[in-house]
Design a protein around this ligand. Structure first.
Ligand code: MF3
Ligand code: CO
Ligand code: CO
Length: 255
């Protein structure tokens, strides 16, 4: 589901635009995560996102994208990604809630996501969330000029594999910034030293989508919400980063 496969090397001015959009996306995500509590519906959270984006001078880049009906994606428990906000989905204690925020701001797009546990959760859920963050961090660490996309993919896969997590393959990370989905595709598995070379000025979203069971998924009848086929729990974490000339990537969606 990509508008363009083109890999866009951004100018410093374009990176600045992405940075602002990224900061806004991160701010909305933070406010959304803080608002997650038992009894609140995912629709109520989505309404909060609408108001928050308006107050920050940006708007949802998800809304209307291929007809997407929400402002945000909120995926609970066995839902992996693209959870359509609904009055019928009410958050309960112990839930794993994945929130994915994509904003458009001044002509640029910021995209980030994370999974939070409602309340304390179980040891297993806490580990799962931490391992997903570890996988994301490993991917970001590999996002350096001169490395290839496969180095990111492999780094994510190694961490997920070490913890015996399922890796969703049908959806991937992506270039971002001028539109939601640009090239290159960034799978969460793959061989090192393969794929497009990363260059200074590329802006990419790295986003492991992991499960506690099978990697198989299916899509609900709403046409969007992607859930694990076996009903196992899923985690999703995403950051948008800019490749720098040397050294680590710049995180455009700071937490
Ligand atoms: N934020 C998603 C991503 O990380 C894109 C969601 S598109 C939507 O790629 F249409 F589902 F909202
Ligand atoms: Co996203
Ligand atoms: Co993304």
């Amino acid at each position: 589901m990509k508008k363009s496969d083109r890999i866009i090397v951004k100018t410093p001015a374009q990176i600045a635009g992405c940075r602002l959009a990224g900061e806004r996306a991160a701010e909305v995500l933070r406010i959304m995560c803080d608002a997650v509590r038992p009894g609140v519906s995912t629709k109520a959270l989505d309404d909060l996102a609408f108001d928050t984006m308006a107050a920050l001078g940006c708007k949802s880049a998800d809304y209307g994208y291929y007809g997407y009906p929400g402002q945000t994606c909120i995926s609970v428990n066995e839902a992996v990604i693209h959870g359509v906000p609904s009055e019928k989905v009410v958050i309960r204690d112990g839930d794993l809630v994945s929130i994915d925020i994509t904003v458009e701001c001044g002509g640029f797009v910021g995209d980030n996501a994370r999974t939070v546990i409602v309340g304390e959760g179980s040891r297993e859920k806490r580990d799962f969330v931490a391992w997903t963050e570890e996988a994301l961090k490993a991917g970001i660490a590999a996002a350096r000029a001169g490395n290839r996309v496969g180095d990111i993919s492999h780094a994510v896969e190694l961490v997920a594999g070490r913890h015996r997590l399922g890796i969703v393959r049908e959806y991937v990370g992506h270039g971002c910034g001028l539109s939601i989905h640009e090239g290159p595709e960034i799978p969460n598995y793959g061989a090192p030293h393969q794929g497009p070379v990363l260059r200074e000025g590329m802006v990419i979203c790295i986003e492991p989508m992991l499960t506690l069971g099978s990697r198989r998924i299916r899509t609900l009848k709403d046409g969007w919400t992607v859930v694990t086929a076996d009903g196992s729990l899923a985690c999703h974490s995403e950051q948008m980063v800019a490749i720098t000339a040397s050294g680590p990537a710049e995180i455009l969606t700071p937490r």
